[in-house]
Design a protein around this ligand. Structure first.
Ligand code: ZN
Length: 492
């Protein structure tokens, strides 16, 4: 057995344990009995401990020293890129810091939830200060003299640089602000959906939608959870959605979004199963798949025309005159406070704001005590309305309480990538809309499987997108798409 084979065999079991830990998390959010929480945290801590011990096992370091990557085939080299990177990152963080962080994040999440409930930022800020201090300590350990924020970003988007994202986002922001103003001031606004929509019927149609987008139920399942998510890789990729009697779009588009994540995992080359290549390569590339399924395909005029018919079949009269009006209803723009409920124009403005604020916090340029004011000021500038309460402002997202700094920008990077992929896909498939209008997504999902999803972790994140598109990714295709789409719907 070569050192490479030995390392890959060791890695395979670590990957399998990682899948088990993920499934425990899935179970906790879907079917776990209410009273099992305490035992579950102990179970989760135990399995994370086992995985952490394997990731820092001296044998991994020894084997890595024996392997000459240049002698390996392309797949072997890619595996080594992932294993070396993960090993180096894990070894840089002192065990004591990692343990303290895990404990702090679980406490901070509870404090955040209570502060949000009570609309009291000052109840959360001392906790956030501690989380931030430890995060900066972690970043310093990882950065080794380099940029602190880049070191954190690298965990979610390997090789990305915050300065590149900043340039991209600064080009997006004024154009989005301008477009939102024109759209919201347009004389003709699309009608909102009205009425109530049976939740069992929503779940039936949502499963039909998942199938329509190519989600494989032999290797997945759809359950309900408070916050929709996808979980698992390889042969067991599960997604969740939610229902709301007044808003079936929440259910359908949460499902289509998670199906995008799920199909990415399901469509990776099966030769990569339980290896570092057997899962999506980065958060940004992952989000490009969920967002292109959800928006460029799922909220397009062709597909919503088909969905209109499906909704009438399921619910009878939905209070919208025809497919054209329905397309406007699906794509209604309004300047809400909440990121996760935002339309395609506002969504990135939410993310860009968090990116700038968290980068300033990590750099030491913005203190936690000034965060709420900085948030409210920026929100009013970009959204044109004042924040009315903390739960609609800087207490709305869980991310910072659990130390997720460097994660937010991958949402917008994913949207930028989705814009690029949509441009390339439509150039390659000029007849695409004819299929979508009949509820057939196979040409689109097949193109994405072939050009993006099958590669898993083989290529670097940005390279997967650039290879699929045939041009260097930029924000321009996303802006062109938004301008054309909302310009037409709103007549601006
Ligand atoms: Zn997502």
């Amino acid at each position: 057995m070569t050192a490479y084979d030995e390392l890959m065999a060791f890695e395979r079991d670590t990957q399998a344990l990682g899948q088990i830990a993920g499934r425990l998390g899935w179970d906790q959010e879907t079917t776990m009995p209410r009273g099992a929480g305490e035992q579950r945290s102990e179970e989760m801590a135990a399995i994370s401990g086992v995985i952490h011990a394997r990731r820092t096992d001296g044998r991994v370091g020894d084997l890595l020293d024996q392997i000459d990557d240049s002698k390996l085939h392309a797949v072997g080299q890619a595996n080594m890129r992932h294993i070396r990177r993960a090993y180096e990152r894990t070894m840089r963080i002192p065990a004591k810091l990692a343990a303290e962080q895990a404990k702090l994040h679980s406490t901070a999440q509870g404090v955040w939830a209570e502060a949000r409930e009570n609309e009291d930022f000052s109840a959360f800020s001392p906790m956030l200060m501690q989380v931030l201090d430890m995060k900066r300590e972690e970043a310093a350990a990882l950065a080794d003299g380099g940029d602190l924020y880049d070191a954190l970003l690298d965990d979610y988007e390997p090789n990305a640089k915050a300065s590149d994202l900043e340039a991209m986002f600064n080009a997006l922001r004024p154009k989005l602000v301008d477009l939102r103003e024109r759209v919201l001031n347009a004389p003709n606004q699309p009608a909102a959906l009205s009425g109530t929509f049976d939740e069992a019927k929503q779940m039936k149609l949502t499963r039909h939608l998942a199938r329509t987008f190519g989600y494989d139920f032999a290797h997945g399942r759809v359950d309900k959870a408070v916050h929709p998510f996808s979980s698992g890789s390889g042969q067991d990729v599960r997604i969740t959605t939610r229902t709301n009697e007044a808003d079936p779009f929440n259910c359908f588009y949460s499902t289509i979004h998670e199906v995008g994540h799920g199909c990415y995992e399901q469509n990776i080359d099966e030769a990569y199963l339980l290896t570092p290549l057997g899962e999506g390569v980065s958060m940004g590339v992952h989000e490009s798949q969920s967002r292109i399924y959800e928006n460029q395909i799922g909220r397009g005029a062709a597909f919503t025309g088909w969905l209109f018919g499906e909704m009438k079949d399921a619910f009878g009269d939905v209070g919208v005159a025809d497919a054209k009006a329905f397309y406007g209803t699906v794509n209604r723009v309004n300047s809400g406070y909440i990121r996760t409920e935002a339309d395609e124009i506002h969504y990135n403005l939410h993310v860009l704001m968090r990116f700038d604020l968290e980068r300033a916090m990590i750099a030491g340029d913005l203190s936690v005590s000034d965060l709420q004011d900085a948030w409210n000021e920026r929100f009013e500038a970009d959204f044109g309305v004042a924040v009315d309460k903390p739960s609609n402002g800087c207490l709305q997202d869980v991310h910072w309480s659990v130390g997720l700094f460097g994660y937010f920008p991958t949402y917008s990077l994913g949207n930028v990538y989705a814009g690029c992929l949509n441009k390339a896909m439509r150039a390659a498939l000029p007849e695409l809309d004819a299929g979508l209008a009949a509820g057939d997504t196979s040409a689109a999902t097949g193109w994405l499987r072939e050009n993006v999803q099958q590669y898993g972790g083989l290529l670097q994140p940005r390279d997967v997108i650039e290879q699929a598109c045939g041009f260097a990714p930029s924000e321009a295709p996303l802006l062109d798409y938004l301008e054309a789409k909302f310009g037409a719907i709103y007549g601006v």
